[in-house]
Design a protein around this ligand. Sequence first.
Ligand code: FAD
Ligand code: SIN
Length: 536
Amino acid sequence: MKKRIIPKRYLISFDSHTYSHIFTDILVVGSGVAGLSAAIQASKKSSVLIVTKDKIDENNTAYAQGGIAVVLSPEDEVLKHKKDTLNAGQGLCDASVVGMIISEGPKRVQEMIDWGAEFDKENDHLIFTQEGGHSFPRIIRALGDSTGREVENTLIRCIKRNKNIKVFEYTYAIDLITDDDNVCHGIVAWHPKKGITLIWAKQTILATGGCGQVYRETTNPNVATGDGLAMAYRAGATLQDLEFVQFHPTTLYIAGAVRFLITETVRGEGGILRNKNGERFMPKYHERAELAPRDVVSQSILKEMQNTHHTHVYLDIRHIPKKRLYTRFPKIKEICESFGIDISKDLIPVRPSAHYMIGGIKVDRFSMTTIKQLYACGEIACTGMHGANRLGSNSLLEGLVMGNVAGFEASKSAQNVKGTLAPFSISETSGGSKTSWLDLEDIGNSLKSLMWRKVGIEREEKRLLQAEEMIEMWCRYVMDKEFSTPQGWELQNMLLVASLIVSSAYTRKESRGVHHRTDYPQTDDIHWKKHILVIR
Ligand code: FAD
Ligand code: SIN
């Protein structure tokens, strides 16, 4: 692979004398489960500012459906959940981190319940569901299929009554401010009223979520453009495991519709996958059939689509009693109905799409990145919880636990930073040309399409090299520009993140977990039971 284009250190030119300054003990970037959990914990001893680029509740968290995997059933055990998680991770999990997150989970979920979260119950007992790869029904849910919405709303209620926490909505973090000693001092941001603003913090927590938007087919909302990954990379943080992009097997596939997720718990409740000819196919691919691990289900669907020359397969839940379906999956019922599909009578057209970034900014068990005074938590972080494949419903759990850890650790460190923050002068020139006739949307769509075709569920050297060449060509005329709105910065971030995914996928010459190389179909522990690190 050729040498990658090294991006500019900062996306924009700025002079600290010219712009407005804001100060806070703890800066949290992102308002999903991880960012909000971090903010709530940190606010116990510190002032906190949350910066988020859209409205506070627009994020992956709010769209989560299936639930939270947590050991709360009296018959379940931490060790069993740990074993399932390690099995899915195929040799790349950090067992001590897995143990820590799973053991802490019940405490964090109980805290949410104390804050008013309502998880679904029967006769006053929590209901537990099963998902692929879990050996036990341990997934709790809310409002049938709107768990993320309940989690997000509960945390927002806590934030709103907390006097130590301020929130800037529609405020875009452009870059981290770092010094020559590898210390982070906050961010350069774009505020809708103040314009470019320097936010100085004793400690900064990145919780900007995933990057599903680099793919044409994705379950992720528009905000998931990988900004935090790109910012951290430009600032010199170590990233790892970026080749491990998880594809969710079942997204509603209707031309013109957003790729709405059809939760795995539909299969947990007995949903069957059928091909174009109406044949059930999963039993021939895996002994656990529809409840095989996600990577197996996604790859099997792809094979069936290829074999039947069809754009999708179908999910069949017609055998489940209508009343049960409608109360169990009210949101799915509503969305499908809006496209003329009655889930009790009709087959649901589905196919896989990009869902979750398993890799991310490398952090230790205290959520600390390789840059001083910079923490990361949630989907953006790579803690070692998921290894090469994430078990369903393990990420809300991770976000809750590690958000709390990041908030605690950052606040503790902030107490040791004496005195008030003094901004140092910075004058950065990005060197980018400000004139441009680029159609940003067109380039973005081309990138997404390229990633889907060449860097999707199945990868292979020739196609990865083609992807790399195209991205490099686009970078040549996009990265040398200086934009003044989020759309341009997002495109630059997506190009950078896509190029890092491609180079990591190219480097790992084996198949493991969600990374499936058709030219290297075997898992090769001797050479590749290790992480691929990416550093600027
Ligand atoms: P997010 O919730 O994505 O939050 C990121 C935040 O960062 C957003 O508020 C965004 O606006 C902000 N941000 C991003 N860039 C910037 C920037 N430049 N400046 C300022 N702010 C920025 N997991 C489970 O465990 N169980 C499930 O049932 C489940 N279902 C899912 C269903 C769907 C459809 C999806 C998409 C994911 C699902 N997941 C599920 C995964 C899980 O929801 C996410 O991994 C998790 O919510 C991520 O939380 P987070 O706080 O890290 O990031
Ligand atoms: C789902 O509900 O299928 C998504 C669960 C997850 O991604 O963890």
